[in-house]
Design a protein around this ligand. Structure first.
Ligand SMILES: *C1O[C@H](CO)[C@@H](O)[C@H](O)[C@H]1NC(C)=O
Ligand SMILES: *[C@@H]1O[C@H](CO)[C@@H](O)[C@H](O)[C@H]1NC(C)=O
Ligand SMILES: *[C@@H]1O[C@H](CO)[C@@H](O)[C@H](O)[C@H]1NC(C)=O
Length: 418
């Protein structure tokens, strides 16, 4: 084994590991403290959950937003590409996900609650990495485009069935799935979506606007039951299986660390420039390359709001349609939910936030809301669900033997986001 023979690189890796692990050492009893003042989301009322933000010095738990406002519940009838949706990066990569292969998992985590719960809390976009694995299609992290036992999560069909159940139960909701696609088995994706019962909601690729035109209205999409948008990173799947090639329809800003540089919002290399007008959807990535749970609340405060403004300008004053984040419910108050509400407010009704929009009122006619500075706004009842965040309580992100991390770290970094 030459894995650990890393010479000078080793130092850098060690420092990086050390920095990453600081929050892990600081917060071992955070959950007990959290329970002291607001033990459950129920203490905080509808749409909220109880959390703290140590990385901003807020160690005492307080109520933060935990659910999105569903913009179509306030302003309906506009083209799909006018709306902004919350998207979870690596939605399947869930802390404490069961080890289905029996192997220890050695990888990073990006979310904390189940996909069902994410959807219930108003997430409407899921980023899923799919691989051929064990004669099936699995959700997995990448090592040279291959899935291993120690980077695997679960068969894709499990998650897709959760999506199917949600969409069936919520017949006016629209869900977008973006696949990082390493599947080579013939018609593999077609089969897994069909086996999950998602065919009936499929938005046909031939009906997708290809020259930057508006999408149909959300009402049309619901009426036609074209409520599931699926995009793949593999261009051959569009003609081969009728699965839309993502960058034909969507511009996308850089993901990972390059995507969180303040004041900069560039397109990722596969994407056309952000200000391209030939794609009508715009995906804004906002997550660091290495996900750290206890840092996410900080990322989801003012830096995210600032970046939303930067990306808006980079894209030629177009508001992103999807905001993709890690650990979506972590914030210092309003978090990604407030940012998305503000984006929807501006694009749907010309108001500072979507909860100020009034159905049927002219653009710019805003309802006065008694917002008390930064305290979380309870989503309007029409748009809120009864679900809650089921945090697993684990305060670790890389909960694996550190010797493995040390040896495999460079590989993890290199291949994690490929
Ligand atoms: C996108 O972001 C990158 C860095 O993240 C930046 O260098 C580039 O200029 C940005 N592109 C646009 C079009 O804003
Ligand atoms: C991976 O896990 C499966 C069980 O799901 C097992 O049969 C197989 O031997 C494992 N492969 C390796 C390389 O450990
Ligand atoms: C807003 O606050 C004012 C005075 O504080 C109160 O009279 C009014 O009812 C409030 N409106 C709402 C919608 O809560």
């Amino acid at each position: 084994m030459k894995l650990c023979n890393r010479g000078a690189d080793g130092h850098r890796i060690f420092i990086l590991l050390f920095l990453i692990s600081i929050p892990l050492f600081f917060i071992p009893t955070a959950n007990t403290q959290l329970l002291d003042s607001c033990s459950t989301a129920a203490d905080c009322g509808s749409g909220l959950y109880c959390g703290n933000c140590p990385s901003l010095g807020k160690t005492q738990p307080f109520c933060t937003r935990g659910q999105a406002t569903i913009p179509t519940s306030i302003v309906s009838g506009l083209p799909f590409n006018k709306y902004t949706w919350l998207m979870t990066h690596n939605a399947f990569s869930i802390v404490d996900a069961p080890l289905l292969t029996g192997s220890q998992r050695i990888t990073f985590y990006n979310q904390e609650d189940s996909v069902t719960n994410q959807l219930t809390n108003g997430v409407r976009g899921l980023m899923l990495d799919m691989y051929d694995f064990q004669n099936d299609i699995w959700l997995c992290h990448s090592f040279r485009g291959q899935c291993y036992n120690f980077t695997s999560f679960e068969p894709a069909i499990n998650t897709l069935k959760e999506v199917e159940a949600f969409m069936t139960k919520n017949p006016s909701e629209i869900v977008t799935i973006i696949i990082e696609d390493y599947v080579h088995s013939p018609k593999g994706l077609t089969r897994v979506f069909s086996d999950a019962g998602l065919d009936k909601y499929w938005y046909p690729v031939e009906k997708m606007p290809k020259k930057g035109q508006n999408w149909p209205t959300v009402n049309d999409m619901v009426q036609n039951n074209h409520r599931l948008l699926v995009f793949t990173s593999d261009s051959s799947k569009e003609s081969g299986e009728g699965i839309a090639y993502q960058w034909r329809y969507m511009v996308e800003n850089e993901s990972g660390d390059p995507g969180v540089v303040p004041g900069s919002c560039s397109n990722r290399k596969e994407s056309k420039p952000l200000n391209s007008r030939s794609s009508s959807l715009f995906l804004m990535n906002y997550f660091p390359t290495i996900p750290v749970q206890n840092e996410a609340c900080k990322e989801h405060s003012s830096p995210l709001a600032d970046m939303a403004g930067t990306c808006y300008k980079s894209a030629g004053n177009v508001i992103p349609n999807f905001v993709a984040v890690n650990f979506y419910m972590r914030s210092d108050g309003g978090g990604v939910f407030d940012v998305v509400d503000r984006m929807n407010g501006q694009s749907l009704c010309g108001c500072s936030t979507v909860t100020s929009c009034q159905a049927g009122a002219p653009f710019g006619s805003c309802k006065t809301i008694n917002a008390s500075n930064t305290t979380p706004a309870t989503p309007g009842s029409a748009g809120s669900f009864s679900g809650s965040v089921q945090l697993t309580g684990a305060a670790s992100t890389v909960n694996i033997p550190s010797i493995f991390v040390l040896c495999l770290f460079p590989f993890l970094i290199t291949f994690y986001l490929l």
